[in-house]
Structure formats: C-alpha cells, structure tokens
Design a protein around this ligand. Sequence first.
Ligand code: BES
Ligand code: ZN
Ligand code: ZN
Length: 493
Amino acid sequence: MELTIESQPFTNVSTEALVTFVFEKDEKFEGALAEVDAATGGRIRELAASGELTGKHLETTLIHNPPGLAAKRLLVVGLGKPDKFTGRELLRASGAAVRYLKSRSVRRLVVLAREQMLDAASAQAVVEGLLLGEMESDIYKTDKKNGKQIEAAGLVGWPGEDAEKGKSIGQVTAEAQNFTRSLVNEPANKMTPRILAERAEAMAKESGLSVEVFDENTIRELKMGALLSVAQGSAEPPRFIVVSYTPPNHKGGAPVLGLVGKAVTFDTGGISIKPSEGMEKMKYDMAGGATMLGVMKALAQLKPAVKVIACVPATENMPGGRAQKPGDVQFAMSGKSIEVINTDAEGRLILADGLTYARRLGCTHLIDAATLTGAIVVALSNVNAGVFGSDQVFTDRLLASASACGEKMWPMPVDEEYREMIKSGIADIQNVSSGKGGGAITAAMFLKEFSEDTPWIHLDIAGTAWLDDAKPWSAKGASGVAVRTLIDLAMKF
Ligand code: BES
Ligand code: ZN
Ligand code: ZN
C-alpha cells in the first residue's frame, strides 16, 4: 500500500473514497465535520437526525457522489464517545475503514483528520490501523476472496510535520507487526525452528541487524539443558536465535534491553499430551518469539538510543520416542535443576535458558513474551495480556507504553507465596505448581527464578496473540499483540 500525504484542501482530493470520523453525540457539527457536512449538502446532518448515523464506535456510513467533494465516496466511521477517545479507537476505526472499503472493491482512499486528532501520534494510529487492517490471513487460499489490495492511502488535514512523522513511524511499526503476524499465521509444517531461524536471518540481513543462529550442537555445548529437554522428543532440531541492534554511540555500562520470546513452533504437550480438540491452534505457540523478531525489525529502522538483543529459543514440543517424561530432572543452562512434572509446561523451560543466555550477553533489563498459560485466559480472557514484573519502575514504564499504543495489558502479582508452590522434592524447582489455581502466576514465578537479580518483565500473551474470528478492524489469526508496546518502550528507554 502506497502512503501519501495530501496538502490540498480535502474538498479537492480526488480519490475513490474520502474517510472521516464522527463521534457519538457529535451534534455540534463544528470544524472539519461542518465542512464535510456542507460538502455533502447536509446529508450527514440528515442521517444523524434520522438516527441512521449515530457515531457509535466502528459504525460505517457510506455516501456516494457527495456533491461538494472531488472524492467519489465519503465514508464516515464512528469513533464512539468523545470522552473515551484514544489512539486505540482511532486505530481500530481506521482499520475498519480499510476493511469496509476493500470488501467493496475500493482501491484508493484518503483519510481526513478531525480537530481531535491533529498530532503525530494520531496520524501514526491511523497509518497503523490502515496497514494492520489491510493484511489478510489467506496466503494458502488459491481463490483469494479478500485478495483485493488497497493500492494507495493518503492523509489529509494534518499539519505537514505531524503527518510525516506519524506516517513514517506508523508504517515501520505496522509493517513490523504484520511481519510478526505473518510468521505466527504459518502452519507448523511451514514454520519449523529451522525455518523460523532462516526467516530471522533474512530479516536481520535485510535490516542491517546482527544475527546468530545456534544449531542443536551449539545449544548442547552451551549446556541449554532445559531447551534441549523439550526438543528431544521431536525429529526437528531446535534453534536458538540471537538478533541484536547496537546504537551508533553505544558505550560499555549503558543499559542493554534483552527481549526473550517463546517460539514453540508446535506444542502437542509432549508426553503430557494435549486433547486433540483445538490442538491445531498450537501452531501459534511461537508468537512470543515472532513478537521479538518483529520488534527488532522495527528498531533497525527507528534506531533507539538503547542496545537491544532478542533471544529466541525455538523448538517443537513432541511426544517422540526420545521425549522427556514426567518426573525427569533436567539441568538448565544456569545450573539449576528442574523436575519436569508436566511436559506441557514447556514454554517456561525454554525461556529459562533464553533468560540465562540474555543475562550472559550482558542484558541489564529483561522482557519475555510467551503464549505461556491457559490460566491467563481464565484470568483475563482474550482482552488483556498479563504483565508480571520484578521491578516496579520498569513495569510501570511498560504499562505506560502499552496504554500509549492502545494495547490492553494488566499487572499481575508475583508474591513469594507463589514461589512456594513450585518447590520440588528432588530438584531446585519444578515446572508446575503443586498448589491450587494461580497457574499463570506460578509460571511467571518459574521464569523469575531464571531472571535472578536482573529487572524483568514477563508478558503472558496466550489469550491475546490469536483472534479466533475476524474483527471489523482485523483479519482473524495472529494479532501481533505487544509488538507496538515493546517498540514504544525501546524508543523511550
Ligand atoms: N502453549 C501452552 C499455553 C497456551 C494455552 C497457549 C492456550 C495458548 C492457548 C503452554 O505450553 C501450556 O501447555 N501450558 C499449560 C501449563 C500447565 C501444564 C501447567 C496450560 O496452560 O495448560
Ligand atoms: Zn505446553
Ligand atoms: Zn506451549
């Protein structure tokens, strides 16, 4: 999709569809809305009076051949109540506009700003909404129903500098998020640990990032026993992917942000095998790893002041003849022994070695992202990602970035009482809780153990990384959650 910034008056913009927004109870019809209404010969006001146009969030009203506009159509998208308006509503309304228009074979559109959204952050939200809404999850359909692409999208009505800034950051961010989504959408036969590593290498080379991929032999030499224990049940070898970005004037002693992402390219549960119903969805169990790769892709272009290293342990979790068994004891890279009570709690095993390796590389701050537990879905459903952290200041910064990016994330507790529940009778720690409930928290406590004294945040995205159904603003499948938040955090670090 080609993105442009239009500088002529919006009435003169000749395009297939001009898109603008209306709030609920927007009856005052001031500013741009009054001008647009006048350009339609008062049709918007008429539709509002009749009750057809209410401004409810994501409501779409299409007006053909508006008399005072050079555009062929005017699409008015609802933004909901003005006092609840944030970038999240704007991003989704923009995504809904793209999806509405492309399903009607429109290929070119221009978005007109309202006076409530004239800053760069709003222009960015619009661009992100357009690009995220444009992406489909149909690459394996031979008859592409949704294949009609939007060819060009423009912004009009924003101050030039804000439009430029919003456009460039929004484009980099959304393309990175779509890169993550495209990795996560792949079925497990097309996205093995080796293929993921190749995709990471290709992305890093294209972006000018450093990349290293460890094969099974190097992983063994590094003594990543927890990762190997998960991989041993599979015919596909594991990989450990390291992608790094170093700012031009990086000095020793400066902070280093470590991003550790779970990449289980398929999770059968291993010997503690999962029920067959819904198991096909476990191809998205590599979303945490894909998130970190997407973030790195964006940072290569946005060039934050902080050094950032992504560590992505990648493996399948299979019940092969060599698979680990419940009760096995494994030694993690850190030297700690782990009793594997349940082979389906494999994400925390591979992340244990990922966190240890990131610390060895000198990371001073750690963030992991993982589709870690079904329990986070029980706690927060598909609405919020769970946030666990060992350092309040660091965690608050992440939560601030999440809210700035319109991503819902909710803080969860990490009290020592939960640590008691993963004490093992025969090893240093066990991989599941012996207590009742709190499964997402005890999983986090396991990871915390391997972050040791390094400030650490864990994002459990099991409930938010995948959309079972299409939304007005998004195709179904991978959501790319947390990519925007982590980019924002790194840029402000
Ligand atoms: N990959 C799953 C978690 C998951 C569940 C992701 C639902 C996405 C949707 C993880 O490896 C797992 O199996 N966790 C177990 C842990 C349990 C055995 C303690 C779970 O949540 O059931
Ligand atoms: Zn599992
Ligand atoms: Zn898993």
